[in-house]
Design a protein around this ligand. Structure first.
Ligand code: ZN
Length: 501
């Protein structure tokens, strides 16, 4: 007797349909073979399915069982196939009727006692079930909230394997309540830009970076507030749109971060340690997993101690920064992952952290030189704004709180609206290509003169020149100016450090 159950394979953050065909032969030796490119976790599924069936009051067939996961050339990884394998087995042994499984997609990991554990990627699975016009998708109860964000497909939350008997009957578990996305986008409470004492220059740089979506490098000694400033950046970025929020959730779902409960969506903030591997940073592995750049999608990626990251890891960031996506090529086809993020990097001025200008630097000249070369090497041509900051003075520390995130965010939102009028929805100045930049950044005569002077003084490269133009345009947008004026250019030039080209 043969039966089929439908499920999904998660690849990156996307899913593909997988059919589980189960054949139960009423003669021969008692065996259970699983074919169709399963990885170890899928092969171990046989043991979990057997125990879960027996502990849920079902009969485990005492003869030859064959399960085939099709298409055979699609890699299958992880334990999320358990539920569909069990359902197919129940169909093939006539413990479930064919019409109960018709039009239902299933995903879930089985515990030996028959309870159903959450799986990664349930949101993408529900979306795929909707586009495949499935009657329903049965998911672990812990994944029901994320699956229910998808309208137009019935979500059946399951807690235990024996509930499969209820599929397609009057007792089928009711769909969970539809969840309203809360798009506050703000940082967690208690994390406000007002916490940053003094540092007007750094505060300005943050606001301009947020307004234009520009990448930012902060150089300064320990205690200068670099990390604190970076962590406050999400609190001044515009709120997420619904479609951006769904992208953020899809990534979080694929990584198994979402569980039952209220789904408040914020822009992500990721701060990987400098010892991270290249695959950990940009994604990779088998099966392909999202890296930090994808976890930071629509949010902020913060690289503290930029100079300590390996050259290989920094090189690997170039393509993601440029294209907003990562392609992971595997023997069996490529997986593409989204990664539109704002990069914020921070560094000490030299290995000892005091900086040459302080007069207290203890670094050997050669090692200080190497350190600077690394900072200005790998990523500098991808960084729009770089600022040097110092520790706040005692007076600044004693002063009251600064401007709060909400006020800054209002200006950022207004500046982004001007950019969208010019460039189209969802785009900002950092995304402009050269032709757009030329037409958007119309300079006054005075501004052109200022730029020429700055060009000569800073020894700007062609790219550096374009970057100053780009940042000038953002400063003009913050000032609600149609044309880029001399003062905007002068401020943009002050946001590029000499020698950091
Ligand atoms: Zn030093």
């Amino acid at each position: 007797m043969l039966a089929t159950a439908r499920t999904f394979s998660l690849l990156g953050i996307e899913v593909r349909e997988v059919e589980v065909e189960v054949d139960v032969c009423n003669y021969g030796l008692k065996t259970f073979s699983l074919v169709g490119l399963p990885d170890t976790a899928v092969r171990e599924s046989r043991e979990r399915v057997r125990a879960a069936l027996e502990n849920s009051g079902f009969d485990y067939p005492q003869h030859r069982i064959t399960a085939n996961l099709a298409p055979a050339d699609l890699p299958k990884a992880g334990p999320s196939f358990d539920l569909a394998i069990a359902a197919g087995l129940l169909g093939a042994s006539k413990q479930l009727k064919p019409e109960q499984l018709a039009g239902v997609m299933l995903a879930g990991e089985l515990a030996l006692d028959g309870s159903i554990r959450p799986v990664p990627g349930a949101l993408a699975m529900a979306e795929a079930a909707r586009s495949l016009e499935a009657r329903a998708i049965a998911v672990p109860v812990a994944n029901a909230a994320e699956a229910a964000l998808v309208q137009g497909v019935r979500v059946v939350p399951l807690e235990r394997l024996e509930q499969l008997k209820q599929l397609g009957t009057d007792e089928e578990p009711a769909p969970p309540e539809a969840f309203e996305l809360s798009l506050n986008g703000a940082a967690p409470t208690g994390s406000d830009l007002a916490d940053l004492r003094g540092q007007p220059y750094l505060r300005d740089a943050l606001e301009i970076a947020a307004a234009g979506g520009h990448s930012l490098l902060i150089i300064g000694p320990p205690g200068a507030g670099k990390s604190l400033a970076a962590r406050r950046l999400p609190s001044i970025l515009p709120p997420l749109t619904r479609s951006d929020a769904m992208e953020v959730l899809r990534v979080a779902s694929a990584c198994g971060f979402l569980s039952r409960g209220h789904l408040a969506v914020r822009r992500p903030f990721r701060a990987p340690h400098h010892t991270i591997s290249t695959a950990g940073l940009v994604g990779g592995g088998s099966p392909p997993r999202p890296g930090e750049v994808t976890l930071a999608h629509r949010g902020v990626l913060f690289l503290d101690e930029l100079g300590e990251f390996t050259r290989e890891a920094l090189e690997a960031l170039r393509q993601p920064l440029e294209e907003g996506r990562v392609a992971i090529t595997r023997a069996r086809g490529a997986v593409e992952l989204p990664c539109r993020f704002m990069l914020v990097a921070a560094s000490n001025p030299c290995p000892c952290g005091r900086g040459e200008e302080s007069g207290e630097c203890e670094c050997r000249p050669a090692s200080a030189r190497r350190y600077r070369a690394k900072l200005s090497g790998a990523l500098a041509d991808r960084i729009d704004i770089s600022v040097a900051v110092d520790r706040p003075t005692a007076k600044e520390m004693g002063a009251g709180r600064g401007v709060d995130s909400a006020s800054v965010r209002a200006r950022v939102v207004a500046a982004r609206e001007r950019q969208e009028l010019r460039l189209g929805a969802g785009r900002c100045n950092a995304d402009m290509d050269l032709a757009e930049l030329r037409s958007a950044a119309q300079l006054s005569r005075e501004a052109r003169r200022t730029l020429a002077r700055g060009h000569a003084q800073l020894g700007l490269s062609g790219r550096g020149y374009d970057r100053v133009l780009r940042v000038s345009r953002t400063i003009a947008d913050l000032a609600e100016a149609e044309r880029v004026e001399a003062e905007h250019v002068a401020r943009a030039i002050s946001l590029r450090r000499r020698g950091n080209e």
